[in-house]
Design a protein around this ligand. Sequence first.
Ligand SMILES: Nc1ncnc2c1ncn2[C@@H]1O[C@H](COP(=O)(O)OP(=O)(O)OP(=O)(O)O)[C@@H](O)[C@H]1O
Length: 281
Amino acid sequence: MNIQVAERSIAPMTGHSAGEPVTRNEEAHHELSIRVRDLNLWYGDTQALKGIDIDLYKKNITALIGPSGCGKSTFLRCLNRMNDLIPGVRIQGLVEMDGRDVNEVKMDEVALRRRVGMVFQKPNPFPKSIYDNIAYAPRMHDLVSRKADVDELVERALRDAGLWEEVKDKLHQPGTSLSGGQQQRLCIARAIAVQPDVILMDEPTSALDPISTATIEDLMDKLKQQFTIVTVTHNMQQAARVADYTAFFHLGELIEYNDTQTMFSNPHTKKAEDYITGRYG
Ligand SMILES: Nc1ncnc2c1ncn2[C@@H]1O[C@H](COP(=O)(O)OP(=O)(O)OP(=O)(O)O)[C@@H](O)[C@H]1O
């Protein structure tokens, strides 16, 4: 492996230079998923993202951290073009997924969002049954049509989201009848049902109790075997527990991008250190 200490934070600055032994499992999991170059975003006249350059890796969890308003959610939404839905937004720069520019005019947004699932802060099941929450998108994308295939897909997604045993006898009850933590796992099951490449999570546990939070963190750890996960969190312990890489944003800029262990034990920038140690933010 040859991770370079980039002039700006593109590849994570792992703290070891080329030729040194690699002590983590980066060798096996260092395939590029998303490449972002000189990404700038304005809401009207206000610039919210400034020259972001970053490489995000497959089958890893990358945590986005930084003080409120620094642009974490805005950046996340650039990865599946959700900012396009906000009036007055202007975006410049490159966001490439598996080598293809997601902002290309020809890129079909529906197809993009099938490849890039999203889980929000507040669980938001559809006002439908547990079963239909999962079945809806795969049917819409024509991934399945036969009842037996839909049943199988629903079961697999719920099992992968660690929810099957809790809901298998009430699949036709409303998704909203579940607890908050269960609803969030239902939303994760819904996201993975279409077999995306990437799952974006915007503070996925901030509305949950500690036990549900721990369940979701365990689940994220399992899901990264199949999916690339990019998550926003305000919880430093959570970033340290779940993320392979951590990116620190400040006032719309990416200040430091590092493997999580280095970020939390030996941050390379004063701003990241101050934030992580609670000196501000
Ligand atoms: N729809 C919008 N219209 C105008 N400005 C926006 C909009 N969404 C975000 N902003 C502004 O862009 C900046 C970045 O916001 P963003 O929500 O991305 O930050 P964040 O780091 O995710 O914050 P938080 O941690 O509080 O969720 C902020 O100054 C915010 O006020």
